[in-house]
Write a protein that binds this ligand. Structure first.
Ligand code: SF4
Length: 348
């Protein structure tokens, strides 16, 4: 995979330059006006790339705008406490990204000047091959090719790559050297954004818009009309898990529980309590069942009325009573905030 597919036209340097020119020309006119693209800065690039991991652009935009208002630069982010950082990430999910971004800001603030070296960025919390390539190419014009799901889709179609990849991460790792071979050395940051933009807005998973694609003439599968075959990625194994939660309210308060395990994606975030059986005085009726997916696992969460043992000492617990008027200030996971509001309304 380190070499471009033999006999592909992009092996020829003149074709490669033409491809870059066509793609960049299209991007210059058609790119979406995204908030991190107006008055760009290293900080905005870093924040947007952290937020965009696993999350759609439209979801990220309001979070990004709010974040820039609250934490306009590395220093103010570094100075903030973690609860405030998580609160402003609430609803975006994958909270380790927020914690890592916070740690990264503290380290970057200690640098004399921002490093242009991809290896320095890769040594920072939460920064892998994709984010480091995006940051160094967009902010410092370094020729480091990004390879996310969009790039995999575009390149496996352009080169009609028939390899069956075990999963998306493996595909990204294997396609990255192909991306590196055809990156523009003059405008690498714009080129990286352009190829991702093409994947996001033209080269859709289903029904790619090949007739208006700026690089159609270079695309083997687009010309053949079988683009949707690519990329070939084995279906991921899904897991299922059942969880019991409790709705425990007393006068003007609700009992919530914080995830304390740092390796858990929801570390530092409050949800309805799971409680161990010994903490519960009485398990009441089932209120509702809710479903959500975290990573590869589909969760079915059954929410029961619960009555806590009054003798239970909450000081040694991860649980805490929260007054209803304070619930907006607590960092809850997105689904649990929605469910709590819904259940509360149903009892009004
Ligand atoms: Fe994607 Fe079609 Fe363009 Fe090829 S021609 S890159 S398949 S949109």
């Amino acid at each position: 995979m380190n070499n471009l597919k033999s006999k592909h036209m992009l092996e020829k340097n003149s074709h490669k330059l033409r491809f870059q020119k066509d793609l960049l020309g299209w991007f210059d006119i058609q790119q979406r006006p995204l908030p991190w693209r107006s008055n760009p800065s290293l900080y905005k690039t870093v924040v947007s790339e952290f937020m965009l991991q696993q999350t759609r652009v439209l979801t990220v935009i309001p979070y990004f705008n709010n974040w820039i208002n609250i934490f306009p630069n590395f220093q103010l982010l570094a100075n903030s406490n973690e609860d405030n950082v998580l609160k402003n990430w609430e609803g975006l999910g994958y909270y380790s990204r927020a914690r890592n971004l916070h740690k990264l800001a503290k380290i970057v603030c200690l640098w004399d000047s921002p490093s242009k070296d991809i290896k320095d960025w890769q040594a920072l919390p939460g920064v892998g091959p994709y984010i480091s390539a995006a940051i160094t190419s967009i902010s410092f014009n370094q020729p480091n090719a990004v390879c996310d799901g969009n790039v995999v889709r575009v390149l496996t179609r352009i080169f009609a790559i028939h390899e069956n990849f075990k999963d998306g991460a493996t595909a990204q790792k294997k396609i990255q050297p192909v991306a590196q071979k055809i990156i523009s050395l003059i405008r690498p940051g714009d080129y990286n954004q352009a190829i991702m933009e093409l994947g996001a807005t033209v080269c859709h998973k289903h029904n790619p818009l090949c007739t208006i694609c700026p690089v159609h003439s270079f695309c083997t599968s687009g010309r053949k009309g079988d683009s949707e075959k690519f990329p070939i990625i084995s279906k991921k194994r899904k897991f299922k898990k059942n969880v019991e939660r409790y709705w425990i309210v007393s006068e003007s308060k609700i009992l919530l529980q914080k995830e304390n395990n740092n390796s858990n994606r929801l570390a530092g975030i409050y949800e309805l309590p799971k409680c161990s059986e010994k903490d519960i005085l009485k398990k009441g009726n089932l209120i509702c069942k809710k479903n959500r997916t975290i990573g590869q696992t589909d969760y079915s969460e059954s929410i029961f009325h619960g009555y806590l043992d009054p003798k239970l000492d909450l000081k040694n617990q991860t649980m805490k009573w929260v007054k209803w008027e304070e619930i907006d200030r607590i960092t809850l996971s997105g689904p649990h905030r929605k469910w709590i509001e819904e259940i509360r309304k149903s009892f009004d």
